[in-house]
Design a protein around this ligand. Structure first.
Ligand code: OGA
Ligand code: MN
Length: 291
């Protein structure tokens, strides 16, 4: 059964997916130039549910971009090449020959940037017959469920986040790893774009005012601590964040568009469709500096 709705909507039909978050929104055609009152309800639904899912959308890249621009400027991925005719859109492609998938570990998008993406819109072009779901966590719940002692410690910590050469990948570059395991994901040189950043481990959501645990796979260590000191704590926060009751899982269909709030969630693309192709069009929206 769906969890009860906590907001009243005049224009949208909002059906909650899990206790921790996620909602399917019916009654909107994202290819249209939506009026302000509908956009305001979509924003309320995003803030309330963290992950919102629109089914059966028929969008050209320009229409997806027009919808994305309602939320802010487009954040360009410093390492990933966009589509040739739409550089703001990243095609996320996994072929039957690829061993790995893009986003196949818990993370929040572009956490390595000084102003990480506020949200991501992923539009399903071609999905496998089964599998290829995306999982999400509610990082408000992850924070709120900590003990007072751990909250006090967490509030003092700052994370050092990097965009490449992750220690979790033995320091190998994206370029080398992706060439071996996901051939269609083309890596570019970030040039002078900043790709290492320090953020508070506990951030305050700029719109809801709620505190969320801001952690993900880009975190390498805590500022002012050694790797050895940091890693057990990182392991704890990562494991704690993905407790089943903090998660929601989205099953895709061709034409599904999912919009998630990167400021209070992590996500994980499940790689469980070895013989099939999955193609998504992804746009990220600029965010502000975490505080
Ligand atoms: C992303 C990502 C998840 C997916 O686009 O940032 O992690 O399910 N993708 O493809
Ligand atoms: Mn991602």
């Amino acid at each position: 059964m769906n969890a009860p709705s906590s907001a009243i909507y005049r224009h949208l039909d909002v059906q909650k997916i899990a206790g921790a978050g996620g909602a399917e929104i019916r009654g909107v055609d994202l290819s249209k130039d939506l009026p302000q009152d509908v956009l305001a309800e979509i924003r309320a639904a995003l803030l309330d549910n963290l992950v919102i899912v629109f089914r059966d959308q028929d969008l050209t890249p320009d229409q997806q971009l027009a919808f994305a621009r309602k939320w802010g400027d487009i954040h360009l991925h410093p390492f990933m090449q966009g589509m040739p005719d739409h550089p703001e859109i990243l095609a996320i492609i996994k072929r039957p020959t690829d061993k790995k998938n893009f986003g196949g570990s818990w993370h929040t998008d572009q956490m390595f940037s000084p102003n990480p993406a506020m949200g991501t819109m992923l539009y399903a072009k071609q999905v496998p017959s089964a599998g290829g779901d995306t999982m999400f966590t509610n990082q408000y719940l992850a924070y709120e469920s900590l003990s007072d002692g751990m909250k006090a410690l967490a509030n003092k910590l700052r994370t050092v986040c990097v965009g490449d050469n992750f220690k979790q990948a033995d320091g190998r570059s994206r370029k080398d790893r992706y060439a071996d395991t996901m051939a269609d994901m083309k890596v570019k040189d970030p040039g002078n774009v900043q790709t290492t950043s320090i953020h508070p481990l506990v951030r305050t959501h700029p719109e809801t005012g709620r505190k969320a645990l801001y952690i993900g796979g880009h975190v390498q260590y805590f500022e002012g601590m050694t790797d050895e000191e940091s890693q057990p704590l990182i392991d704890f926060f990562m494991k704690h964040s993905v407790r089943p009751e903090f998660t929601v899982r989205v099953r895709w269909q061709n034409g599904t568009l999912t919009f998630w709030d990167n400021r209070c969630t992590q996500h994980f693309a499940v790689n469980d469709y070895p013989a099939e192709t999955r193609i998504m069009h992804r746009i990220t929206i600029c965010g502000d500096q975490p505080f």
